[in-house]
Ligand binder design. Structure first.
Ligand code: FE2
Ligand code: FE2
Length: 512
């Protein structure tokens, strides 16, 4: 064990010698004749384990010396003992106030001095040990906190990745999830939920529809109403999603939100037809936010409702015991100054937009042929993607007048092949015109309706007249080769007129 060092500071040589004599057999001793000399030794790196100092000294008093030692971070922990002839309680009090550990009166009794020094050194060692332990605990805590932060960040990233996976599959569902999450968290705050519940709400909502990644395009992207089978397929999504999460995440609330967000309090929901008390409390928040967003958002198959109408529908649901009235009131309060539609998913990646529009378009591709069904136009119109830069659009329509006769003369299969060939020739004409004139896709689109072809166009009428002439040549050849009779009809419509109405008009059918 290394010997401890005691620093004696006293201007009286006899006093120093006496102290030195007492201490030297037990400790290494440093002596200073004044406080200034002691400070210089300390600054020089001669650090003792304890300081014994007189009070009454020339140049710098023991009090000022003590104050300087205690003010220096390097020396402030050193036990400081006054050894003095001043034995008034007031002086003793002053010395202790400055941070001195003890106060010993002269003449010094050696036994008492050694005992009190030993006590202070042990105390200092003990404090040192405690500080060391505290330091290591603080370091451990900081390490754990860093690890936890990294884990939390990683988990949030995981949820973001899942959100983006869903965005690749279906842009709308992903944007919907973002909005439902924000709405639910705001509702949660209004309901005074605790931080854990708010986090569960946010994460659960971000992935509540994640099961839709497994739903086939034919259902997921269907622009029209769902039939029974479509609904059955779509209603698998809570189970598919919950299965991904249950058992893999410690927080069961997330899987509960995914699994139960389509349940209703009266047992009329899916997938498990749970009733009020069986449904997770957080899922009761999400179901209302989910319905609200679905009502106010624009979708390819429906027009959006305004806030009042959406709240009206939710109140009606509450009246019929499907959702909690308290939740409807909460969402009413939350949406008074927050419109979830302002949250937009940033589809920075161009390929996502291209993929999405291609997938939506292929939904309309007729099976076994390369042609798109005319209803694709209806969906583009509903989506507001037609006539963005022009005032009129044009439709060039073929009519195969005596198709019935042709079918009976050459058979359906042959007649179909001929119609396909005509369509392919039209396709080539259109492709040539698009490339030749450098037109955007919306400028010319070939679509099929029954046995007829439609060419939808937003390009200049002169270009379309040229296309009409080329198509007429194809039809003339068809008449010559196969005796098939057809006519071409080109009509222009103002952008305000829907494609459906325009086609009705061309067919001679007028809506009342
Ligand atoms: Fe859902
Ligand atoms: Fe949803």
């Amino acid at each position: 064990m290394t010997q401890e060092t005691i620093m004696i500071v006293d201007d009286d040589e006899i006093a120093r010698r006496l102290l030195h004599g007492t201490l030297a057999p037990h400790y290494r001793v440093l002596s200073a004749r004044s406080a200034l000399e002691a400070l210089a030794m300390l600054a020089d790196g001669q650090t003792p384990d304890l300081i014994l100092s007189d009070i009454m000294m020339p140049d710098l008093s023991g009090y000022d010396f003590c104050a300087q030692v205690k003010a220096d971070p390097q020396t402030k922990h050193l036990p400081f003992i006054f050894v003095t002839a001043l034995s008034f309680p007031k002086q003793e009090e002053e010395g202790l106030k400055l941070g001195a550990a003890d106060y010993i009166n002269k003449p010094v009794r050696p036994g008492l001095l050694l005992a009190r020094i030993r006590a202070q050194l042990e105390l200092a060692a003990y404090r040192e040990k405690l500080l060391g332990q505290l330091d290591s605990s603080v370091n451990q805590l900081a390490d754990s906190q860093r690890a936890l932060q990294a884990l939390t960040a990683e988990r949030s990233c995981l949820f973001e990745v899942m959100g983006e996976m869903l965005a690749c599959r279906d842009h709308y569902t992903s944007e919907h999830a973002l909005r439902v999450a924000e709405l639910s968290v705001r509702m949660g705050r209004a309901l005074n939920l605790n931080t854990n519940d708010l986090e569960t709400l946010e994460l659960g909502c971000l992935v509540h529809d994640i099961g839709k990644v497994a739903i086939p395009d034919d259902v997921l992207l269907k622009p029209g109403r769902f039939d029974k089978q479509d609904r059955q397929i779509m209603e698998f999504h809570p189970q598919i999603g919950a299965r991904l999460f249950a058992r893999r995440f410690e927080n069961p609330g997330i899987a509960a939100i995914i699994l139960q967000h389509h349940e209703r309090l009266d047992g009329g929901g899916y997938p498990n037809r749970l009733c009020g008390p069986e449904i997770d409390p957080l899922a009761k928040v999400v179901m209302v936010a989910d319905i609200y967003e679905a009502l106010i958002a624009k979708r390819p198959y429906k027009q959006p409702l305004n806030r009042e109408n959406a709240l009206g529908i939710l109140l009606d649901e509450a009246r019929h015991g499907k959702v909690l009235k308290e939740m409807v009131q909460t969402i009413e309060a939350v949406t008074a100054d927050f419109d979830p539609l302002q949250l937009r998913l940033d589809t920075a990646a161009d390929y996502l937009t291209s993929l999405e529009s291609f997938r939506r378009k292929t939904y309309f591709r007729e099976p076994l042929s390369d042609f798109y069904n005319y209803r694709y136009l209806t969906s583009l119109h509903l989506d507001g993607r037609l006539c963005q830069a022009i005032e009129h659009y044009h439709i060039l329509k073929t009519d195969f007048n005596e198709l019935k006769e042709l079918n009976s003369q050459i058979g359906y299969a042959r007649a179909d092949t001929i119609l396909d060939q005509i369509g392919r020739s039209f396709h080539e004409i259109i492709e040539g015109a698009l490339t030749g004139h450098g037109l955007p896709t919306n400028a010319l689109m070939l679509l099929r309706r029954g046995s007829d072809y439609l060419i939808y166009s937003e390009c200049e009428l002169t270009i379309l007249e040229g296309i009409k002439a080329s198509c007429q040549k194809v039809l003339d050849r068809a008449r010559h080769d196969w005796g098939i009779k057809a006519s071409l009809n080109l009509t222009s419509f103002p952008k305000a007129k829907s494609v459906d109405d325009a086609l009705d008009e061309m067919d001679g059918y007028h809506r009342k």
